[in-house]
Design a protein around this ligand. Structure first.
Ligand SMILES: [Zn+2]
Length: 367
């Protein structure tokens, strides 16, 4: 199972400048290669190479392997959509492989730059440390908010899949971040408080509009993201260990269902975007933690999960009285609406064991 972990780099001032120059030259070269790929309609790196390699070396100053990497990146971008003339981000990722990057012990990484190799100090936590020895030698050098990171691809062992005897349904929402079909709720109060605080802060700082206000805003945004990520890690970890303890599969709704509900609740686009992103992250965490633990993750059709009675099966929009209240118009059954949703998701999960997400999960680059 592939996963991406983020390692913060702590270059000296000189190294920082060297890395920055490398990133900029790499992306300029990449733009040039993308231009030629577009003009000549070449979606194959072997075919493109003779046209651009010499220039990338001599005019853009790229070492041989970085020139090859720039060509690959340009071709991949062109292949994604051949109608579009690709614009490369001047500070986009530099793609490293074992020929131009190697770890030196646990604290240093050697990275090829324009002027040869730089031995750059790294910093990371226990989580990353436990996984770094599984690095496959591929990494992206990323510049984010003025700090360099290596996004390292690691290959983690996955547990053999369990043979589930039951399904734990999980309803993901805004008020309650996650409610499972055992009736256990993971509240989103903390996240909401944090988000509201950030919004107040943003309004104030945007009015001020100064440089330091912008810096404060960036900091606050990072703090909010970190907090959100911690909550998502915590919820997904808890759900997966619960499923494992009970030898159950996990069932969640397709993202579409969650999006539709969110759209109804959240008017402002900006808030919607952030919430949407947070949910995608929670799902990504659930997905890879499930895979690591051998828990099947079942994705079910969201239709009617919030309006079907779990006792008599009566399905009507009117059954859902409010965000939190469910009252069946036919049999009078009454309970928390999110819990009813999760019970319906469990039922659908039991019915649709076929819709298990394929085992190879693509990289999770949420940091
Ligand atoms: Zn009913």
């Amino acid at each position: 199972m592939k996963q991406v972990i983020a390692v913060k780099l702590e270059p000296s001032q000189e190294q920082y400048q060297a890395l920055l120059k490398t990133v900029e030259a790499f992306n300029r070269g990449c733009q040039y290669a993308a231009d030629v790929a577009y003009q000549k309609r070449l979606a194959n790196k072997i075919a493109l190479q003779p046209f651009v390699y010499g220039t990338l070396r001599s005019e853009y100053g790229l070492p041989a392997q970085l020139a090859i990497r720039a060509i690959s990146k340009a071709v991949e971008a062109y292949k994604r959509d051949k109608r579009v003339h690709v614009q490369v981000d001047p500070h986009g990722a530099v793609v490293y492989d074992p020929r131009i990057m190697s770890f030196k012990g646990l604290t240093l990484v050697s990275l090829m730059g324009l002027n040869g190799r730089e031995l750059v100090p790294m910093r990371y936590g226990a989580y990353q440390a436990a996984r770094l020895d599984r690095a496959k030698g591929q990494a992206d050098l990323i510049l984010r908010d003025g700090t360099f990171y290596l996004y390292v691809t690691v290959d983690l062992p996955s547990a053999p899949p369990i043979d589930p005897q039951d399904v734990l349904g999980v309803d993901l929402g805004i008020v309650q971040l996650a409610v499972d079909s055992d009736g256990q709720a993971h509240t989103g109060d903390g996240v909401k408080r944090c988000r509201h605080k950030f919004q107040r802060l943003r309004r104030g700082l945007q009015k001020a509009g100064t440089k330091s206000a912008k810096r404060h805003l960036r900091k606050a945004r990072r703090r909010e993201s970190r907090y959100q990520r911690d909550v998502n890690h915590c919820i997904s970890k808890h759900l997966v260990s619960k499923a494992l303890a009970g030898q159950k599969a996990l069932a969640i709704e397709e993202l579409r269902g969650i999006r539709d509900r969110m759209r109804a609740m959240v008017q402002k686009t900006q808030r919607y975007e952030r919430l949407s992103w947070a949910f995608a992250q929670l799902r990504a965490f659930l997905r890879y933690k499930c895979e690591a633990a051998g828990i099947p993750l079942i994705v079910v059709d969201p239709r009617n999960t919030s309006r079907t009675c779990v006792v008599c099966g009566h399905c009507a929009k009117e059954n859902r009285r409010s965000q939190s209240e469910f009252l069946c118009r036919q049999c009078g059954f009454q309970d928390n609406a999110d819990f009813v949703g999760s019970v319906n998701i469990r039922r659908k999960g039991l019915e649709a064991r076929a819709a298990v997400i394929p085992p190879t999960v693509s990289a999770v680059a949420f940091v």
